[in-house]
Unconditional design. Sequence first.
Length: 592
Amino acid sequence: MSSRKPISCRRCQQKKIRCNRIDPRCDKCDAVGAECTYLPRKPRSAKKRLIDDKEILSEILRRLERLEDHCMIDSDPDQPADASGSMSIASDNDTSQSALPRSVGSPLPAAQGVAQTILKGLKDENMRSLLSSNVFCHLKTVESRFWGNEKCIQAIEVAMREISELDNVETEKPKASPTITKETAHKWIELYYDTYQFEGFRIPFEKEFILSLPDLLHNPHVHLDPTIRIVYYNVLFQGFLVDPDPYHNRGAIVEFLCRSCMDLTESWLARIKDTPADLFAAFFMMSMSLEACNSELSWRIVAESVKISRALGYFSVDADQPTPGQQIVRPGGPPNPESEIEKNRMRFEFWHLLRTDCVFRLSFGKPALITDGSWTVNFPDPSITGVDHASTRFIQIHFFASMRLTLVLIKYLDLVDSEPDVDTPQYDRTIDGLIAEVQTIMSDWSPEELLTTTTNRMDTWFCVDILFSSYKMLIVFYQAKKCNQDSQFLPYHTVDIARKSLQMSRSIMSSSTHPYWGISLILLHQFVPLFIVSMNMIGSPECENAEADLDLVSWFNNFVVTAAQERSELKPLSIMMKAMTIASQNSVAGSH
């Protein structure tokens, strides 16, 4: 008589496919006549202990691995599964008045002096802020070499002179907004709900209501508040991005939707409330403001989302969970399934918000908004409802991989904030450990292989985000090592990873049908690799890959220039890219 095993068979685990766990042979092994073996679980220890302060992150990682096994996305044959599929996590060292940590990767005094001197040459304060927040912040990964290289400084100074002249150029007359017909708007709304409306990120508006907005927007007797209009334009934007049909004026459409949201932002922030609608408007506007090359506004909105989510209970979803060895008895019978699904949604959104906070700390040097001791949140079941579906496979993989990367990133950010003694061998060994963790995550999840199996733009983006986040973290970690900082040359590993990141990005962006990948992809993921590869050409123009590297940098320069043709706010960015490209071209040409 057949029976069901509590874990998948060895073959299904190795192939990362679903197993029906029938003993003696599962359906997958039986279909191909393969040997079907089940590994025994390791016995659980009856004695449990509380999580020690110093081991909190390693404990989280171990439990995350058990959750991966439980959800059957990936598993370790030797790791016992957690039957509950849940994990109670409480951050320690709760302090209500914790001091803000210093910015990650703060420039050295000499480098900071050169940068500030160059920036002071700009009279426009907004322009200085834009460049400091969106361009110069990325230079911290190569700051000592960049600001010590005369050719790099000259390239930036040339760009600054051209940027300072933007104010003197007669402002172009605003172009007519593209016409988005009601039929097109309905099509993009349908595409959004078909593609994006995953259970873990569900906007608090029904599709029928959003479909009614094209008519209501033009009704003089109806007033729609900024929150609803921001959500509406973002739904259109997201639906437009996955629309496979060609549009001759794609840049103008992006510019219109982006500008429509940005024009509403201040009035929305002035009346923002602690509501689910405003929280989701904030989630949308984090990305939209980055697409507008305004990281300062995006971070301000991240802060609002943190405030709202805390007020709505996202930071205390599991505050009433028992500690190990305890049991909570609740009156009223078994738990409500709908309540559990809602808690899973909140957990899912909280962990992504925590990741966003870490990304801003790493990429833009911002202080932590979500501090130690301020939250008690389990990992969710990434299916949210407890029912796995093939359409959400990549969503779940993205959650697991991105959260593991986030835990590694927290270790690095905490290390930097502790101002360690970088002259000790222990420091480089610690960094080496972080590098090894990222490499293990990439090996476990194989995002490059996963990319070859995607069938739609969303799944591709999930894989791209894992891959490029890993590349960027590896670059930053390699550059952080003392032995690499002391060298006058960029380390081989750093340049090689930066090159791979740019090559993969160009391949994906070039192969898509009617693509619009957006400037935020460059801003978040590719600016660091671009500076690394450019710096390597300027400092070592005789390198054997110089011609191919120059082709890569030139391609990205053209991408940004094309995007800036429709969007005036991107012009300073395109001028900076052009200056670095020209400096690279001159260095490579001079070496021949």
